[in-house]
Design a protein around this ligand. Sequence first.
Ligand code: UGA
Length: 443
Amino acid sequence: MNLTVIGTGYVGLVSGTCFAEMGNTVTCIDIDEKKITDLKEGIIPIYEPGLEAMVKRNVQNKTLHFSTKLSNHLEKCDIAFIAVGTPMGEDGSADLKYVIQVASEIGRCMTHPVIVVDKSTVPVGTADKVKKAIQDELDKRKVSIAFEVVSNPEFLKEGDAINDFMKPDRVVIGSNNEEATEKMRALYAPFFRSSMDRLITMDVRSAEMTKYVANAMLATKISFMNEIANICELVDADVNKVRIGIGSDSRIGYSFIYPGSGYGGSCFPKDVKALKKTAEEHGYKAELIKSVEDVNDRQKLVIAKKVIDRFGEDLKGKTFAIWGLAFKPETDDMREAPAIYTINELVKRGARINAYDPKAMEEAQHFYLKDLDNVFYFRSKYETLNNADAMILLTEWKEFRSPDFDELKTQLNQPVVFDGRNQYNDQLMTKRGFEYFQIGKST
Ligand code: UGA
């Protein structure tokens, strides 16, 4: 099929590239000229394992194209995906201005029936707004074209996005039109070798809701477990054992019940807020969803609190080695990362930070921590330890899993480790001579 993907951010670029890999002809559109010039040369703006090679391969094969001009491509295209950003508005709702701008642009240049797909994460009712924006432009042009708007939310995890797209757990297609549903099924059929029952079709509004509910459910599991971790510390239980104990019940399962220093990223925080806002707009007070958010806000400061309990309120003259800045491993993304909150809290109290992350240091330096004076960046995890009073682990990168503990111990001023992701065995850490603080187990 001939596809257009508008927006070359995370979702747009991964989706467009994977559709091309499956043999479709895809043009990815973005208004950012520099981004498009770079992409044509295979330079990609984000770090995502496997993506760069896939982009290069498909550009070479001429299955993947990049352009700044939507009008040149829309006339040849069967399906147009809207994959532009939906930043969080000041009131917590998803800001749809880019989505609607793109819809209007589609309306201005549409010449034949196109299926328009909402791929961006958008609140319930957005497909209707997109439809109206397109129709308004068609009316202005006094033309009549039968187009359809479909919801096809994305369930990619950063760091594993190619795999998620190429071998999806499920694909959700929300459409109120049978022909459009069939066309979308045909597009996705090659991604499901045998069982098509994971290609789930439903009405547009239910599909829009599904995306938010999936993320809010996962965020709820995490906040629930973080709350349990905090209670475990008070009653002298070990959350790591409790986690295994409950996960073995297949109704609960092991996934997404790892306690830590809170969830971050571009999705959970924004989507939980937006769902709460949608409920409010419809006169419903979503108490549980609000608590999920409140627990997470508090959890992001749990490690800083442990540091303060150990070293005191005034941290002047203290240095902390931070291992991990990204909101999770295998990404350079620092949006809503617990590291931002932890580091700000420590620096505010006078501490010096020696930071290392395998991928996210540029993001930190140029954006998220750029206003902080007392943060220094190092090329390896061991270099951060020099003269540091404690090591604080905030992202569970594989390279932090089994460090040289002797080096860790000898380099630190005192062998103190705060672990925001429960990566080490506490008994072994004690045996090795560390003072070891983790989440959900008192020391
Ligand atoms: C999330 C969802 O997992 C994807 O299914 C969804 O498509 C995506 O949002 C989206 O809406 O686009 P992502 O934000 O990339 O994906 O990251 P996750 O791997 O889900 O992790 C989110 C956060 O939860 C991380 O900060 C992670 O450290 C934290 N987490 C995860 C925990 O604290 N405990 C866990 O047990 C699992």
